[in-house]
Design a binder for this molecule. Structure first.
Ligand code: GDP
Ligand code: CA
Length: 333
């Protein structure tokens, strides 16, 4: 068995966390530490473009989704938030006319938001705040926000701008989006540890997260895309699009807005091959999309075909393992 690798995953929230749980499991199986964990190191660089202020509280949907999924306390039926959640506080806020009726917050969730906001108000840096929230459970992974700066994603519509959360959750992405902006991101810097983790990685994996509003904001933090291009380790991405469908959610509305077809080949070409100045050494597409592989390879995008559905721990771990193999095969180029 080869030495336990250092693995970095770039990810958004719910979709991305299914993948990070799979990566953790694949690492445990392939490089066990004898105590139920793995000798491999897993670092997740999480999108913070979804973050938002609500009623004076700082919310970090993707960070919390990653923590809850890795801790195994997420609500898998509803698809977001904590399992066994109650909504007493939200109900009282609604009675008061506070907050947003379209954004329900669970009581347990609010505990995390209050803790986070309190620490931020005390001057604790965001990466330390995320570390404290993550320390609530043994996650078997290190979580890093992409940046400590506030760079909330805004949606451009014909009637002006709105926060991504409002467009996505309130309007269910039904208002035509003309583009996405991240005010302030040009002056943001990667959070402590991000560039170091990318430089030290044996494998860098792009989760099958939304390319436009989950992966792009991470890569848009100055220095991160360059660190991926310059990385010593191999870089493998997993397509979030299967047979022209965004699997779940409304990623097609985001792709439309930036002129990328909702197709595995279009997203692969968008990321591009590292050999041609892009980001990937390997692009995993679904069996349903096998017909696209030759065209991708011919145009320089190193595509390979795998089962891409993450239905349970085994299928998630198998996909993660295939992505790891693809990245490790190009390690040390
Ligand atoms: P969010 O931040 O909660 O919206 O989640 P992400 O951006 O991390 O991931 C959302 C994306 O995950 C969706 O747009 C889907 O394309 C993708 N996704 C969800 N489940 C699966 C799956 O089983 N397989 C693959 N390949 N992609 C998936
Ligand atoms: Ca998200």
């Amino acid at each position: 068995m080869s030495a336990a690798p250092r693995v970095v995953v770039l990810a958004g929230g719910v979709g991305g966390s299914k993948f990070t749980v799979g990566v953790r499991e694949a690492l445990r199986r392939r490089w066990p530490d004898g105590q139920g964990g793995s000798a491999a190191e897993l670092t997740v660089i999480v999108n913070t473009g979804d973050d938002i202020w609500m009623s004076g509280l700082r919310l970090q949907p993707d960070v919390d989704s990653q923590i809850y999924a890795l801790a195994g306390v997420n609500d898998t039926e509803r698809g977001w938030g904590r399992a066994g959640e109650s909504e007493r506080v939200s109900a009282e806020m609604k009675a008061l006319g506070a907050g947003w009726p379209w954004f329900t917050l669970g009581d347990l969730d609010l505990g995390a938001h209050i803790a986070r906001t309190g620490w931020l108000r005390d001057g604790v840096p965001l990466s330390e705040v995320v570390a404290r929230l993550a320390a609530r459970w043994p996650l078997g992974a290190r979580l890093l926000p992409m940046t400590e700066a506030e760079v909330d994603t805004q949606v451009l519509t014909d009637d002006g701008r709105m926060h991504f959360q409002e467009w996505w959750t309130r309007h269910r992405a039904s208002i035509p989006a003309r583009g996405f902006v991240s005010p302030g991101i040009e002056d943001a810097v990667p959070a402590p540890g991000v560039l170091e983790a990318l430089a030290a990685a044996d494998a860098i994996l792009f989760a099958p997260s939304n390319p436009v509003v989950s992966i792009h904001p991470i890569l848009a933090v100055p220095g991160i895309a360059d660190a991926v291009r310059a990385a010593r380790g191999g870089v493998a991405g997993v397509s979030p699009i299967i047979a022209g469908s965004p699997v779940r959610g409304m990623a097609d509305a985001c792709l439309d807005a930036v002129g990328i077809r909702t197709a595995a080949d279009a997203v692969g070409r968008h990321y591009g091959s590292r050999r041609d100045g892009g980001l990937l050494d390997a692009w995993l597409i679904a069996e349903e999309d096998a017909v696209l592989a030759p065209g991708l390879v011919a145009s320089g995008v190193p595509a390979s075909v795998h089962p891409l559905w993450m239905r349970d721990l085994d299928t998630g771990a198998a996909l993660a393992s295939a992505a790891l193999d693809a990245a490790l095969a190009t390690d040390g180029r």
